[in-house]
Design a protein. Structure first.
Length: 280
């Protein structure tokens, strides 16, 4: 059963018997998991074709009822993080916008053209998931404390890593580095027609703000790769620079092959800050 619950939940008895805060916990590892897909989009406010990439990503997310999770990896603007260049180097990204769908290789290319994202994502959604994730996060002052659990329902071999991102929605700002370059301003068939070039006040979504895990991911000990196995990691991150209401945590498990073209994200989960997202 799917759970997605705000941490700050007060029982009805609070009105009559004094406040008693509900204790919300992640359940036991289930026997099956929903396969979800991660799309990591290479983008930048300077990139005139990137509004189309963002639009395509949003459409794929909206059509798949929470089972496709997007992350926007910014380069060369006010939202840029070093992780973008790190991933671009490893996975040999050569253009913007482009993106990785579960980091799988298509004809030895991992960072693929935006026109391929939807078809590859649909194929990935048909796969059986042998692992899943649950997330719990709580705010304490200017910090967010995050617990991520990875569960397994089958015996697995090989190397697996857990990666954890802090994501912010609805990011806006003033001037260069936030205003979005728009090569579709004169294209009457585009949703960005006559919005200006650049688009002033453009809203950037799925924006990667911080990496809570190691950049390459945190290694999952092989002893957990068994039916019912459960790997747990905790993280603390400063959220004082961001809009708390628009923050979420994205966590995913990647199989690490012998080369970057053999890596694959096996499952992914997203959870709003100060919430609990149970297994599903």
């Amino acid at each position: 059963m799917k759970k997605y619950i705000k941490i700050l939940s007060i029982t009805f008895g609070c009105f009559f018997f004094g406040c008693e805060e509900d204790v919300l916990e992640i359940g036991p590892v289930p026997e099956s998991f929903t396969k979800k897909v991660l799309i990591e989009e290479f983008t930048g406010a300077w990139c005139g074709y990137c509004p189309d990439g963002a639009h395509r990503l949003e459409n794929i997310i909206n059509l798949n009822d929470g089972n496709v999770i997007g992350v926007s990896l910014h380069n060369g603007d006010q939202m840029a993080v070093g992780h973008t260049d790190y991933l671009g180097s490893i996975y040999q990204n050569t253009g913007f916008p482009s993106g990785m769908v579960d980091r799988i290789s298509i004809n030895d290319v991992v960072s693929i053209n935006r026109g391929w994202w939807e078809g590859v994502a649909m194929d990935q959604l048909t796969k059986v998931a042998n692992c899943g994730l649950a997330i719990k996060s709580e705010i304490s002052g200017s910090k967010a404390n995050v617990e991520v659990r990875v569960g397994f329902n089958a015996s697995m071999t090989g190397s697996y890593k857990l990666s954890v991102y802090l994501i912010e929605e609805k990011v806006t700002g003033e001037g260069y580095g936030y205003d979005q370059s728009n090569f579709y301003d004169t294209d009457s068939n585009s949703p960005f027609y006559q919005l200006g070039n650049p688009i002033v006040g453009y809203e950037h979504n799925h924006t990667l703000r911080a990496i809570l895990s190691e950049q390459s991911g945190d290694a999952i000990d092989p002893s957990f790769l068994i039916p019912g196995g459960e790997f747990i990691n905790t993280y603390t991150t400063d959220i004082s620079l961001y809009n708390e209401k628009n923050l979420s945590v994205v966590a995913f498990v990647t199989f690490i092959g012998s080369s970057f073209t053999e890596h694959e994200v096996k499952n992914v989960q997203s959870c709003d800050i100060n919430s609990l997202k149970d297994w599903d």
